[in-house]
Structure formats: structure tokens, C-alpha cells
Write a protein that binds this ligand. Structure first.
Ligand code: BGC
Length: 732
């Protein structure tokens, strides 16, 4: 039977190599390693390895980047002087496959290669980032000469000649050294932010050969030469220790110690411990969808990518929009994390969700500074966030390579709904986990200070006798600087209302904490009354006649366009019609009103208004953002539009596996991945909380034979199975 935990390489050609690199990323929540080929030292950037938190800003850049770590995957392999690789003058590939096994987070590559001299060699590469010892990376090569007895020469080390596509260099010149005859190390510090990183690598082998050090300054290596016997398998294992100053110790000493631990353990012990860890992870996180092998695989692939990016031991970092699998969006953290990626973790791996929420807690000073700089109170979280918690959204795009034109980016100033999105993720976490200590010590402060922001942000319109929020960007980023975006206004109202409830809970259960927060955040009766007045009087744009929400003031004055007429395509509509032109059209980048319905459901409107909203806004959606299809699938499933829901779900599932946005080379679309899980669990399965605990209200498309998943509710595991119209729940 086909194993639906395996992702096989199915793309070919130079254009798609970069997509495969993204898909085949391995990681352990500390480091992510793209699927670069071991022998490819002519790779344009050698940008394989990214470690959480190492942001650095280069003058002339548009905002901080995650500095790429040294490339540790490289191996130069020769047989009788013929170099293994793509160069057909050296030899030819007789067969090759790459398989990512998401069950044990391991990438395997098998190649059958014939040298130009006629020897036939089987090479098997296996790599993983240890889930048990996060400072350890492992790559093993097994070689067997099937025909011939060639002289093998192999070298590998740590390549520091890494850059981003921008060409920026983020590191001081690298220092190098060798702690042992078969090992090398490198260390440096980021130029502006001063993070130190050290990496140490040993090349160990069962070859009967002595190691030689190759001291190439930028690329220190260890080399071996030996004659292969026909039919004999030899292994060469690269063990890597990695550490940074973010962990608080001495990076070089720590990297060397990690390398030593890896040596002591050896490949097999490292692998078995790693695999046992992943078995436990899947016990909680697996989702079964029988009846559609592609969707089954896509769900696991997506969960895997979130799991390898979520930091298990660090609550000072968060997951960027492209996880740790690519340079896209500079690893900056958006609402993608809280509204898309955190939910699956909240319900299946709550300790990981907690770390991500704590990242925001630690960044409250940045959010307060942003509010203050803009003349507001409380905490206004930055649209894009990196290490410091300051706003890091670039103001301009880099110049277009052809026209030289830059586009002004307004989201850093105007896209403000993130503050409520974070509050939403906190409330979900609290309701599902019952983690009162988190709420008392951290969550409440974020929610309350965010409410203070909204209370200072709203504007009183005396003529209309209502509060408004003007000059914003909603989730639909095609329309900038709009007034009264219904998503933003409704979420702000929800946030204020929620904050009042949180305040009541805190005052009741933890009066000392309430008193302390009341003092620091100036929350008193007058403030609470004002919140209530805003809740009662904030404008939620609604068309009484048509019984629909209005996405923002003037939305229906925009010029109509038949979005469906432009299908099929992977380019967004502004990509075809122009950025400025599209701003005047009635086309939506992504779920906006629909997103609101996904999050708040009946709290936004009854079923009939929700249906009207769907009929109005779905046909206008361009899905110009990968965040869109999964949210639409979720709502369509809940509204019983199963035909469309199935199609949209498939669209979301294809985003990276079939590169259907055309930009998977930049990294995994982490939000779409988290959205896929939510569309299945909250949409199709209809998981919701009731006073009696979690319940389902399933609507499965025809052909889905069985859906099964587990979630934690207040510490207890609930396993749900939907099969043939029956639902079963197993607790404990
Ligand atoms: C989307 C945003 C998203 C960002 C990062 C943009 O294209 O419109 O909603 O946060 O990408 O994924």
C-alpha cells in the first residue's frame, strides 16, 4: 500500500530545483535546512540553512533579513577522478529518486550513477535535523560500487560562501579551525545585530583511510581517499554541531560539544531517538483522510512543515510566513502565524502554541512603542515582526529588475487588524487548553493592552453618531487606505468585548494581578465604560436591503470585473491588470468578509446573512494570496457548499505540492498549511466547543471515506472519527 507519509520528487528541470529545495526542507524547530543537493557547490546562493532569530539589517536593504547560516550539506565526490554531479561529461545518472518521509522527518536520496570511465555506483544520502538534540544535524552517505573498483575521493566541510539572492553579506569574515583531524569549525557574528553563530562538522567513515584537512579559508573541509571494492558498502557520515549566542552560552564551545555528543551517539542512535520523537509527535498530530490520497499526503506534508518550524524550546522566536524553508518575506512574522499556524498547534501540540504566543508577550514593548509613535495608547503590534518587536515592514519593494520601479508598501502603517488577530489566537489557546496560568501571567496583558489600543484608535463621527476606524488596510490588500473595513471593525469590537470578559475573569479569580495590571495599564471603571460605549456604537458596515456586510465604505462603488473570466492562471489579477488599476476594481485579494465568518461564525451574522455574504464575495475573490483558498474552503464547508468547498480545499492543498502560486521556491506557504488543517477540522468536520466539550458537525464531500484526528481539550485527548455518516469520539 502506498505510504501517505512520503513525498516523492515529481518536479524536474532547473526552474523547479528551487521548488524541490523548499518542499524537501528538513528541520527541528531550531534550524531549517532546504533540500539543496549535496554536490551542488555551484548553487547560486548556497542558502540552505536558517536558524530562528538571527535577524540582521544591512544598510541599503529594505528591512532586516534572517541571516543565512553556513552551508553544511556539501560533499564533493569523485570516482577515478570523475566528479559526481550534473555534468554529463563526468558520468550519467541511471536512476534517481528523492523521498521526504514526513513520518520521521528524514530526506533520502538514491542515485545510480555511471562514471564516464564505466564504473557504476549506488549512492544513498540520508539527512535529518535531530528532533531530540536540536543542535545536531546529520547527513549520511552510503556508497556501493556495483561495477568496477574505483578510487573514491570525497571531501566535505562547512561552506561559508553563502548569500541571499539580494547578494547581501550578513556576517563578519568567518574564523575557521579544526578541533580534530577529521573535523572543522567556523564562527562569525552578524554585522549589525551582533548574533554569533558557530558550526562544527566532522566527516567520519568506515573507509580504511586517514582524513586530510583542506584548509580553504571560506570552506574548510575534511577529505578521504580510498579504493572501493566491488559490492562493498561504505558510509561517510557528516555530523554537525550548531549553536548561536541566542542560547546564552559560548557558541563555539557549544557547537563542539554538540558535535561530540553526536559522535558519541553515532548515526544509528541519533536516528532512532529522532524517529521515536516523531512517532510521539504524530500520535497527537496525525490527521487521516481516506478516500483521496493526494489530500491525505498534503495534510501531513503541511503539518510536517509547521511542526519543523515551531520552536520547542524557545519562546523568543516565532514562525515566519515562509517558515524556515526559504528567504521569502525575510522570515518576518505576520498574522499568518496567529490565525493560521497556531491553531493546529493549540489543539494538538499546545506547548508549541504557547511558545509562539509568548513570543508576542515578549514583544509587548515594541508594540507599545509602535502605538505611542502613532499617537495611540496600549499595544499596537507591528504588521511584520522580527527579533526586536519593532515594525519591520519595508516601506518600498526593491526596484523591479526591468523597470526599476518601486512600489510603496502601506501595510506597515495601515494593516492594523493583527492586534486583534493575536488576541483571537490567545483566546482560542485559553479556551482549548484551559491554561489559566498563561492567561493570568501573560495572555490577559496582551489582550487588555490591545484593547487599549483599539479604544484610542477608533474615531468618533459626530455627524453619524458612531465610532469608525478609518485609513486602514483589511485582509484584502488590493484596497489600501479604506475606511471601516468590516473585518477590522468587527474584530476590534470583538477584541474590546473579549477584553471586558478577560478583565472580569482576572478581577474575580486573580484580583492581585488585576489590580497590578489595572495600575500599569490604567484600566478603571471609566476605561471599561468607554470600551463598552465603543462596543455599542462602533460602525459595522451593513447593507440592510441586501442583507450583506459591506467590505468597506464605498466597496460597491468600485468598478465591477468578472474575476472568473481570467481563469485559469497562477498570476494574480494585479499581475495582469496592474497594481494601481486593480485598486479601482471590485476584486478581492483574499478572504476578508469570508475570513471574518470563518473566525466568528454566528457571532458575525446568522446563516442567511452568511450565505448572502458568501454569494456576494466568493465570486470576487482572486486568491492572490495563498491564505485565501483554505479560508474559503472552511466557510464553504460550513455553509454546506460542498462542491466548492472540495475544490477550494484542493486548491489550498496544491499550493506548495504543485507550486500553484508559482513562488514555492521562496519557501513553504505556512499559513495555507495551517489553513488546510483548519478547513478540515473546523470546516468539513465542524469541530466546535460546546458546554459539554468539543463536538463535530461534519459535512464531508463525496468520496471522503474516513476522517480521523485528535485534539486536546483542557489536557484530555479527544479522538474523532467520521466514517459513513457516523461520528465517534474517544476520550483519553
Ligand atoms: C497576504 C497577507 C500575508 C502575507 C504573508 C500577503 O500576500 O496578503 O495576508 O500576511 O502575504 O504571507
Amino acid at each position: 500500500m502506498e505510504d501517505h507519509f512520503l513525498i516523492r520528487e515529481h518536479l524536474a528541470g532547473p526552474d523547479q530545483a528551487a521548488v524541490s529545495e523548499t518542499l524537501f526542507t528538513i528541520g527541528n524547530g531550531y534550524v531549517g535546512v532546504r533540500g539543496l543537493l549535496e554536490e551542488d557547490d555551484a548553487h547560486p546562493t548556497l542558502d540552505s540553512t536558517r536558524v530562528h532569530g538571527l535577524f540582521n539589517f544591512i544598510e541599503g536593504g529594505v528591512s532586516p533579513d534572517l541571516a543565512p547560516a553556513p552551508h553544511w550539506l556539501g560533499l564533493t565526490i569523485e570516482f577515478d577522478g570523475y566528479r559526481f554531479g550534473a555534468d554529463t561529461s563526468q558520468g550519467r545518472v541511471l536512476g534517481a529518486e528523492r523521498i521526504l518521509n514526513v513520518r520521521d522527518a528524514t530526506l533520502t536520496r538514491r542515485v545510480l550513477w555511471q562514471t564516464a570511465g564505466g564504473s557504476v555506483i549506488r549512492l544513498t544520502f540520508e539527512r535529518f535535523a535531530s528532533a531530540v538534540d536540536q543542535h545536531v544535524l546529520v547527513l549520511r552517505l552510503s556508497v556501493m560500487a556495483l561495477h568496477g573498483e574505483p578510487q573514491m575521493h570525497i571531501s566535505g566541510g562547512i561552506d561559508t560562501r553563502v548569500s541571499l539572492a539580494s547578494g547581501f553579506q550578513h556576517w563578519e569574515p568567518w574564523e575557521t579551525g579544526s578541533p580534530a583531524p577529521d573535523a572543522v569549525w567556523v564562527r562569525s557574528r552578524t554585522l549589525q545585530s551582533g548574533y554569533e553563530l558557530a558550526m562544527a562538522a566532522a566527516l567520519v567513515t568506515d573507509l580504511d583511510a586517514a582524513p586530510a584537512l583542506l584548509a580553504d579559508g571560506a570552506h574548510p573541509q575534511v577529505a578521504y581517499s580510498a579504493q572501493l571494492a566491488q559490492g562493498q558498502t561504505i558510509t561517510i557520515t557528516k555530523l554537525v554541531g550548531l549553536s548561536t549566542s541566542r542560547e546564552g552560552g559560548n557558541p563555539l564551545a557549544d557547537a563542539l560539544a554538540a558535535l561530540e555528543r553526536a559522535r558519541q551517539a553515532g548515526y544509528d542512535a541519533l536516528y532512532y531517538a529522532h524517529r521515536a520523537h516523531w512517532e510521539r509527535v504524530w500520535e497527537d498530530s496525525d490527521v487521516v483522510l481516506e478516500g483521496d490520497p493526494f489530500l491525505q499526503r498534503a495534510l501531513r506534508f503541511c503539518l510536517y512543515h509547521i511542526l519543523i518550524a515551531a520552536p520547542p524550546h524557545d519562546n523568543q522566536v516565532s514562525i515566519g510566513a515562509k517558515t524556515l524553508s526559504g528567504a521569502g518575506y525575510r522570515a518576518h512574522v505576520f498574522w499568518d502565524t496567529e490565525l493560521f499556524m497556531v491553531q493546529p498547534l493549540t489543539l494538538t501540540q499546545p506547548h508549541l502554541a504557547r511558545n509562539l504566543l509568548m513570543y508576542r508577550y515578549h514583544r509587548l514593548p515594541g508594540a507599545r512603542a509602535k502605538a505611542k509613535a502613532n499617537g495611540f495608547e496600549g499595544a499596537m503590534f507591528p504588521w511584520e515582526s522580527a527579533d526586536t518587536g519593532e515594525e519591520v515592514t519595508p516601506q518600498w519593494t526593491p526596484p523591479d529588475p526591468v523597470t526599476g520601479k518601486r512600489i510603496r508598501i502601506w501595510t506597515g502603517e495601515l494593516e492594523q487588524h493583527l492586534t486583534s488577530d493575536i488576541a483571537y489566537a490567545i483566546m482560542q489557546y485559553w479556551h482549548w487548553t484551559g491554561d489559566d496560568a498563561f492567561m493570568r501571567d501573560y495572555g490577559a496583558e496582551i489582550v487588555l493592552d490591545g484593547a487599549r489600543f483599539w479604544a484610542s484608535r477608533v474615531e468618533w463621527n459626530a455627524a453619524e453618531n458612531r465610532y469608525e476606524i478609518n485609513h486602514v488596510i483589511g485582509p484584502d490588500e488590493y484596497h489600501e487606505d479604506v475606511n471601516n473595513n468590516v473585518f477590522t471593525n468587527t474584530m476590534a469590537r470583538w477584541h474590546l468585548d473579549t477584553a471586558r470578559q478577560v478583565w472580569d475573569w482576572l478581577s474575580d479569580r486573580h484580583p492581585e494581578q488585576a489590580a497590578a495590571l489595572g495600575r500599569t495599564l490604567s484600566i478603571d471603571t471609566a476605561a471599561l465604560d468607554r470600551w463598552q460605549t465603543i462596543i455599542d456604537r462602533i460602525y459595522i458596515p451593513f447593507d440592510d436591503e441586501r442583507q450583506i456586510h459591506i467590505q468597506f465604505d464605498g466597496f460597491f462603488d468600485l468598478e465591477p470585473v468578472d474575476v472568473l473570466e481570467y481563469q485559469p492562471r497562477i498570476v494574480s489579477l494585479p499581475g495582469i491588470l496592474g497594481h494601481e488599476e486593480s485598486a479601482h476594481l471590485r476584486v478581492i485579494k483574499q478572504a476578508d468578509v469570508v475570513m471574518l465568518m470563518a473566525l466568528l461564525g454566528e457571532q458575525v451574522a446568522d446563516q442567511s446573512v452568511q450565505r448572502n455574504n458568501w454569494e456576494t464575495y466568493y465570486p470576487l475573490a482572486d486568491h492572490g494570496s495563498s491564505l485565501s483558498p483554505a479560508m474559503h474552503a472552511w466557510v464553504a464547508a460550513r455553509l454546506g457548499r460542498l462542491d466548492l468547498a472540495g475544490e477550494l480545499f484542493e486548491h489550498a492543498a496544491e499550493i506548495d505540492l504543485r507550486d500553484n502560486k508559482g513562488n514555492s521556491r521562496d519557501g513553504i506557504h505556512g499559513a495555507s498549511c495551517g489553513g488546510l488543517w483548519q478547513a478540515l477540522v473546523f470546516g468539513f468536520a465542524g469541530l466546535h466547543l460546546t458546554p459539554d466539550g468539543p463536538m463535530l458537525d461534519p459535512h464531508l464531500p463525496p468520496g471522503w471515506e474516513r476522517v480521523q484526528f485528535a485534539v486536546y481539550y483542557q489536557g484530555e485527548r479527544h479522538t474523532f472519527k467520521i466514517e459513513g455518516g457516523d461520528v465517534s469520539i474517544e476520550r483519553g
